[in-house]
Design a binder for this molecule. Structure first.
Ligand code: HPA
Length: 272
């Protein structure tokens, strides 16, 4: 079956499970999945149950679509994501984002854990993504263009919508959250970067580095959706501090920042 038909089949399956019509989508990265516990009228559909959905293999990414209400708003949450380093193409791992578009989602909030490249950052900081650098070595739009979703050569000059960002920055203090703003660079992973790579990325203008989000943002932009990206700086990137990187630190910091991250996401959802 063609990719486009597989996307519509998945969307149709999800639509058959709920009467809600979400206009807001969310991708919850490492350790944030429990945000769905604050939704009401929820339906939870495991990725494994949805036709054509990719499967996750990473700890902390359980993999389900949760549709529910946050206050008056209906939201569709991707609880967990499939990473490029798991072995599928970027076209495949971003299928859930196109399914959100097919469901009628207009704005998508992408969250992730990232390493701090900017030496002024600290582990535990939250960063609003203002732009990205695709250093992943691939692109999710490679292949025949799906004209039903967007153009062959989509514009990427305002992927992380500037007016939404301005509103969020203005409100962050009121929500009690300290928010940085910076450029996110994606590497494929799964290894962490080398100190030389991180020095290069700093010179290229990156503030944070991670292994996700960019393919999703590109596809969302292709579909005409607005994107909000938020990174939790879980560790300083390789070579910034005289210590090794390990996944445990990422999990620990994500857990520590969890409540602030929730406050920020609640705030954002209240103004969308
Ligand atoms: N590098 C890449 N991805 C990451 C990092 C990092 O330092 N921390 C969390 N995700």
């Amino acid at each position: 079956m063609e990719l486009q038909d597989r996307i519509f089949e998945a969307a149709e399956y999800i639509r058959s499970k709920t009467t809600l019509e979400p206009r807001i989508g969310m991708v919850l990265g490492s350790g944030l999945g429990d945000l769905v516990d604050t939704l009401t009228d929820t339906v939870c559909i495991p990725f494994s149950e949805i036709p054509n959905f990719p499967r996750t293999t990473v700890e902390g990414h359980s993999g389900a679509v949760v549709i529910g209400r946050k206050g008056r708003r209906a939201v569709a949450v991707l609880q967990g994501r499939v990473h490029y380093y798991e072995g599928l193409s970027q076209q495949e791992i971003t299928l859930p984002i196109r399914v959100l578009a097919a469901l009628g989602v207009k704005t998508v909030i992408l969250t992730n854990a990232a390493g701090g490249v900017n030496t002024r950052y600290n582990p535990g900081d939250l960063m609003l993504i203002c732009d990205h650098i695709n250093f992943s070595g691939s692109n999710p739009l490679i292949g025949p263009n799906m004209d039903k979703f967007g153009p062959r050569f989509p514009d990427m000059s305002n992927v992380y919508d500037a007016s939404l960002r301005a509103g969020i920055k203005e409100m962050a203090g009121f929500w009690g959250v300290y928010l940085r703003e910076g450029v996110y660079l994606m590497c494929s992973g799964p290894n962490y970067e080398t100190p030389a790579e991180i020095r290069m990325f700093r010179n290229l203008g990156a503030d944070a580095v991670g292994m996700s989000t960019v393919p999703e943002a590109i596809v969302a932009a292709h579909c005409g959706m607005k994107v909000i990206g938020i990174s939790c700086i879980t560790n300083m990137a390789a070579g910034v501090l005289p210590q090794k990187l390990y996944h445990g630190e990422v999990i620990e910091t994500a857990a520590r920042v969890h409540d602030d991250f929730h406050k920020l996401l609640d705030g954002i959802l209240s103004v969308l």
